[in-house]
Write a protein that binds this ligand. Structure first.
Ligand SMILES: [Ca+2]
Ligand SMILES: [Ca+2]
Length: 221
């Protein structure tokens, strides 16, 4: 049975059979907004661009590595340029989806970070995942205005879901109303084992820059 994550919940990465979860996907599935126009006779689609990212920290809470869309060139802000792979190649992002599902829920996640915990550099002690609504002219709303948006950890590949380990529904959570950024959760080492803390803190951050700074300041330890 998949775990329905609650804010603040801490879980062991242990499957029903007792084996450890080591290879999995962290993904976000969301839909574009369909609007009825002209007295309901036709429809128009408003693209929604969510961005899934993560920051990787060492035991002292110093930034070791990061993954966010290469479309974000933040060098003017003294933040690293976006990239899709971690330096140790243990984590890989499938790429920036700027639209969301256009024809209803396709059951697949639109942005995914694949994780192989066995390959994570020993230097890394925590990995914080976060989600932003990209700041563009198409969608100015918050998480609650998106027809569906959920995050999950599952075994499989970006194109095939074998077994869902845990999920978190963003669009229906009251704490996400009025918010455009979500600190999803943190993978962290404890006594040689990986665990997961479903943080679930949501913020009004107008851009990913605010969230990156926030994660570095408040979620690195
Ligand atoms: Ca995106
Ligand atoms: Ca989808």
């Amino acid at each position: 049975m998949a775990i329905n994550l609650e804010k603040g919940q801490r879980i062991n990465l242990e499957k029903d059979g007792g084996q450890k979860l080591t290879n999995f996907c962290v993904g976000c599935n969301w839909g574009a907004i369909t609007k009825k126009t002209f007295f309901g006779l036709s429809t128009s689609v408003v693209d929604v661009d969510l961005d899934l990212s993560c920051l990787l920290f060492d035991a002292n809470g110093e930034v070791v590595d990061h993954i966010w869309s290469p479309e974000y060139n933040l060098s003017a802000l003294k933040l690293p340029h976006g990239k899709l792979d971690s330096l140790d190649r243990a984590l890989h992002h499938t790429g920036d989806d700027r639209k969301g599902d256009q024809n209803g829920d396709d059951g697949l996640d639109n942005e995914i970070i694949t994780v192989d915990l066995n390959r994570v550099s020993s230097e890394i002690h925590s990995i914080v995942f976060f989600l932003n609504i990209y700041n563009n002219d198409k969608y100015k709303g918050d998480f609650s205005g998106i027809p569906y948006a959920s995050i999950r950890m599952y075994e499989g590949t970006p194109s095939k879901v074998n077994s869902v380990f845990a999920s978190y529904n963003v669009a229906t959570k009251t704490e996400c109303v009025g918010k455009r950024a979500l600190i999803m959760g943190k993978l962290y080492r404890r006594n040689g084992e990986w665990k997961f803390n479903a943080i679930g803190d949501a913020f009004e951050d107008p851009s990913i820059v605010h969230t990156i700074v926030r994660v570095i300041q408040d979620y690195s330890k």
